[in-house]
Design a protein around this ligand. Structure first.
Ligand SMILES: N[C@@H](CCC(=O)N[C@@H](CS)C(=O)NCC(=O)O)C(=O)O
Length: 202
């Protein structure tokens, strides 16, 4: 069975959502921040970051986009056909979310990584401003999903990062399509199952 190394409500959620969508069993292994910097875990993830996916044959995958690619390909779910405009939109959305939105939240939530304490506010404000531009763009393309009528893994990724926002009320204000999508997905059994397992244990 699969193993997901992660932390409750962190980037490992995407692996859990997609494995649940595929009806694949997995074990969730919680890796706290300290353990993630120790040799044992660094052998799995050289930068000491979660998530890591351990596949049934024992091989390991780190980086959320690589994990998503593994699951959608292995299970043949939630990815548009190659050479279609939807597939380009899917790849584009995954890139924007994993390289920009994810990073902007990292800047806001783990500012100590980047700057000294007196510059936290500046860093956080700039990261928050960049999110506005990207979420405004996302609102323009949702129809109702990121790739049009087809629900894809990218929508699950969007759900994961949107729930990290510190001011969700503001995030959803004037973004009716984003609000509707997040609301719809929050009712999805795959998401409910992962979220409730962490709510119970935290
Ligand atoms: N590019 C990585 C980012 C992963 C990441 O930043 N994970 C966070 C938790 S959500 C983490 O491990 N932070 C601790 C650290 O950066 O040392 C990915 O997409 O998997």
């Amino acid at each position: 069975m699969y193993k997901v190394y992660g932390r409750p409500f962190a980037g490992s959620l995407i692996a859990e959502f997609l494995l649940n969508e595929a009806d694949a069993d997995y074990e969730f292994i919680k890796v706290d921040y300290e353990s993630s910097k120790k040799d044992d875990f660094l052998k799995k993830s050289p930068m000491g970051k979660i998530p890591v996916l351990e596949c049934p044959d024992g091989h390991l995958v780190f980086e959320t986009t690589a994990i998503v690619a593994h699951i959608v390909e292995a299970k043949n779910i939630l990815i548009p056909k190659i050479t279609t405009p939807q597939r380009d939109l899917y790849n584009q959305s995954m890139s924007v979310m994993s390289t920009s939105i994810y990073q902007n939240y990292h800047h806001q939530n783990h500012s100590y990584y980047y700057v000294s304490e007196e510059n936290y506010d500046d860093l956080r404000n700039r990261a928050a401003e960049r999110q506005v531009t990207i979420y405004n763009y996302i609102e323009t393309i949702l129809n109702p999903y990121l790739c049009g009528k087809e629900l894809t893994a990218a929508d699950f990724y969007l759900y994961m990062i949107a729930i990290w926002d510190h001011d969700r009320e503001k995030l959803f204000t004037n973004r009716p399509k984003l609000s509707a999508l997040i609301k719809e997905l929050s009712e999805r059994p795959s998401i409910k199952k992962a979220i409730s397992s962490h709510s119970k244990n935290s």
